[in-house]
Design a protein around this ligand. Structure first.
Ligand SMILES: *Cc1c(COP(=O)(O)O)cnc(C)c1O
Length: 798
């Protein structure tokens, strides 16, 4: 949009005066933030209305992205950038004497997600708006997002994330006209109605009111505003007698109170099932209503609507859609099923079996009696149809939805949809040949890959403005709207001047992070050191512990030989552990105590520092990632479906130190073997161990003095202030046979780290590698990922 500085200043002051009754000079940064966000809202309101009208008029096909998590982080700067008014606002603020950084930092992260999965959903919202496709999000308006992490005495302490504060969410708009009711619990019996049709009769159900709050999703440079719709729950006044106590009312409010803080294992909790059903049913109901306004037959709804199931949390969607089409709108099974399968599509995010949702049939039936009946019918028909095709009975048994008294949500999503995709090439291959092999044999045409991506605008233009300015100088500003122009940087890969400038920009980012580290932890780190970073959720398969084993090895090396020739290193961690994940919390404690051990030890001469930054989140990632020299992506091969932080690091010039897992493989394909450091077993080697059962970690430990010394460190009193955590780690590695093969990959990892040390000594060479990483990172823009979803799965038009 067009905006002059003068006009902006006038609008901003008006709003500040009107809303907060205060002058600029006296306002707090929170008040200034509120006023600025309100100004942005004023600017987008006509665009938002216009978009709505345009979509209604043109009757374009629309995709709805159903996700139980959205993790956008802060929205202010990205909204300003996408509207094309970021520079104008900064200039206006300069004139008003307001520090833009302070105002930006006054925004609370919107953290309605755990990690990669929620971040991807948020990125897709931005990319949908930017590419101009009609694509809306559908999720939950949690009152508490992912917990805030504090570190106390080395331990993680979780604090509720009251992100609304007392001010509410400035970006959202409540949409009363789209309120719907959602039914749970009760009994359902079937009766013939006056037309002879068999219909369900509900008794003793509970009625919940679903209230939508829409958050605008602004496209980059195209004045397009899409919707992210988040549902809140209320008690309908006409049913208030059903909730006669404070307790009963609280149980209803609990439905949208908290985000489940575990992203990698599934808990069969009733409240979680209600959350999933609540957002799915509410979303589908409004979708059907809005489609019917077009005056088209409901049986053809798939021609105008796609519903995407992001991981299995909304996977009840096919069954709920069937229920709505048949029970509420009188469609026959065959028409309803045809429409359902053509409407639904599903993304699988993990092959970890502990994360695959399966509901206990009794619990499911109790909460969703009618949906349960429909699922049984879908399952019966599936089994009969496959038997009719002469399919191997074992394959039918493996793939059916209801077995062993459990409902397999992924199976429902696959059978009830037309597309299933993995999120990186390797991951999709594993789905086809292993996890979902039987389904692949039945429905090969449903399977496809969509490698994840990232929003380059947030991770480069916003998070790394100095680097962005440097790129402008070399290749102009075209890359800001067409990220593929980054490839032009390759022309400069042998230009010593340019490489020197890139090196300097990285050093400056490191200096900013060093200041933050000093301020937040007290640790002093030198920018001459290699900044070696691992930031992501804490999980055994991501192997933060392997990183720590190497740190302990370096510690002993330096204790043995204080003059060891090594480039100084700062190891930087950021990670939240799920509150109930004991092992992960012990790893956090140990990282912190190893940090205490090494950071204070002057005999190490500052060659080794360890920093754990608390409360890792999107806004912290924006500070840390541009300052990284090394990006640690060291999951056990086959376990990380894609990873997306690997892409963010690449884009701001870190060198990836990685296993051949997830999208690391595709990063390697882009940058070439010389511009990435790979180590460890590949997926075939890992699978061979599984097949042969031939891994014995105690054997590795006993026959290997290096490894033994490192592992013993956890239990021999070297690390101060640890209690049972040390022996817990020891046991995981030795007694429980090292499930993620840390000891097997240890030597290869150490060698790779030595290679990093050697490479970093040649600053020009390092800067060249860094430049090549930046120049080829365009491959991972989520704008392109969304183009593929839109064309190949959803069949959308712009
Ligand atoms: C990108 C991102 C993630 C995902 O990181 P991975 O390393 O891909 O697991 C998690 N949390 C935050 C805050 C992120 O920005």
């Amino acid at each position: 949009m067009e905006l002059t500085k003068e006009r902006f200043i006038r609008d901003f002051k008006d709003i500040l005066h009107e809303r907060q009754l205060i002058k600029v000079a006296d306002a707090t940064s929170v008040e200034l933030f509120q006023a600025l966000a309100s100004t942005v809202r004023k600017y987008i309101t006509p665009l938002w209305l216009e978009r709505r009208n345009q979509l209604i008029e043109q009757q374009q096909k629309t995709a709805y992205y159903f996700s139980i998590e959205f993790l956008p982080g802060r929205m202010l700067e990205t909204n300003l950038l996408n509207l094309g008014i970021l520079d104008t606002v900064k200039e206006g603020f300069a004139e008003l004497g307001v520090d833009f950084e302070d105002v930006k930092n006054a925004e609370y992260d919107m953290a309605l997600g755990n990690g990669g999965l929620g971040r991807l959903a948020a990125a897709f919202m931005d990319s949908l708006a930017t590419t101009g496709y009609p694509g809306f999000g559908n999720g939950i308006r949690y009152r508490y997002g992912l917990f805030k992490q504090r570190i106390v005495d080395g331990y993680q302490v979780e604090i509720p994330d009251a992100w609304f504060g007392s001010l509410g969410n400035v970006w959202e708009t409540r949409k009363d006209h789209d309120i719907v009711d959602v039914k749970i619990f009760g009994n359902v019996s079937l009766h013939a109605n006056e037309k002879g049709r068999i219909v369900p009769l509900y008794e003793n159900s509970k009625i919940l009111r679903a209230v939508p709050y829409d958050v605008p999703q602004i496209g980059f440079g195209n004045d397009t505003v899409n919707n992210l719709r988040l549902w809140d729950v209320e008690i309908p006044e006409e049913h208030e007698l059903d909730y006669p106590t404070i307790e009963a009312r609280r149980r209803v409010q609990d439905i949208t109170a908290i985000l489940y803080p575990d992203d990698s294992s599934y808990e069969g909790k009733e409240l979680r099932l209600i959350q999933e059903y609540f957002m799915t049913s509410a979303g589908l109901q409004t979708i059907i209503k809005s489609y019917l306004k077009q005056g088209r037959p409901l049986k053809d709804i798939h021609e105008k609507v796609s519903v995407h199931i992001n991981d299995t949390h909304p996977a009840v969607a096919p069954a709920e859609f069937m229920r709505l089409l048949m029970d509420e709108y009188d469609l026959e099974w065959a028409d309803a099923w045809n429409a359902t399968v053509k409407t639904m599509s599903y993304t699988n995010h993990t092959i970890l079996s502990e994360a695959l949702e399966k509901w206990d049939a009794e619990l499911f039936k109790n909460v969703l009696p009618r949906v349960y009946q429909i699922i049984l019918e879908i399952d019966n028909r599936y089994v009969a149809e496959m038997a009719g095709r002469g399919l191997d009975p074992q394959v039918i048994e493996n793939t059916r939805i209801v077995k062993d008294n459990q409902i397999h949500m992924a199976h429902l999503a696959i059978i009830g949809g037309h597309s299933i995709n993995g999120v990186a090439k390797l991951h999709t291959e594993l789905l086809k040949e292993d996890t979902l092999r039987d389904f692949y044999s039945i429905y090969p045409e449903k399977f496809n890959n969509k490698t994840n991506g990232i929003i380059q605008r947030r991770w480069l233009q916003i998070a790394d403005q100095p680097l962005s300015a440097e790129i402008d100088k070399l290749i102009g500003k075209g890359w800001r709207s067409d990220i593929h122009e980054l490839r032009k940087l390759l022309e400069f890969k042998d230009d010593p001047q340019v490489l020197g400038d890139f090196y300097r920009v990285k050093q400056e980012a490191k200096a900013r992070l060093a200041d933050f580290i000093k301020e937040s932890t007290g640790a002093e780190v030198s920018t001459e050191a290699i900044f070696d970073v691992q930031v992501k959720r804490l999980h055994a398969y991501k192997r933060q512990l392997l990183n720590l084993l190497h740190i302990i090895k370096l510690y002993w090396d330096l204790k043995d030989n204080p003059n060891k020739d090594m480039v100084p290193r700062v190891f930087i961690f950021g990670a939240k552990a799920a509150p109930g994940y004991h092992f992960a919390k012990s790893v956090i404690k140990l990282i912190n105590e190893v940090a205490n051990l090494v950071n204070k030890d002057e005999s190490l001469q500052g060659k080794l520092k360890v920093v754990f930054l608390e409360n890792y989140r999107v806004s912290l990632a924006e500070l840390i990632i541009p300052a990284a020299d090394v990006s640690e992506q060291i999951s056990l091969a086959s376990k990380e479906a894609s990873g997306t932080s690997n892409m963010k690091f690449m884009m701001t010039g870190a060198i990836t130190l990685a296993t051949l897992d997830g999208a690391n493989i595709e990063i390697k394909d882009e940058v070439g073997d010389d511009n990435i450091v790979i180590f460890g077993m590949d997926k075939d080697q890992v699978y061979k161990h599984y097949a042969r059962h031939d891994y014995y970690s105690r054997g590795v430990y006993e026959s290997n003095p290096d490894i033994r010394r490192v592992v013993d460190t956890f239990v021999n009193g070297t690390i101060p202030n640890v209690r049972e955590e040390g022996s817990e780690i020891y046991e995981a590695l030795i007694t429980h046979n090292d499930e993620y093969f840390l000891l097997e990959d240890f030597h290869s990892y150490v060698e790779a780290q030595e290679k990093i040390d050697a490479l970093y000594r040649d600053k020009e060479k390092w800067a060249r590698m860094s430049l090549i990483n930046i120049a080829t990172s365009d491959k991972f823009t989520s704008d392109d990922t969304i183009e593929q979803y839109a064309k190949e799965i959803w069949n959308l038009e712009k």
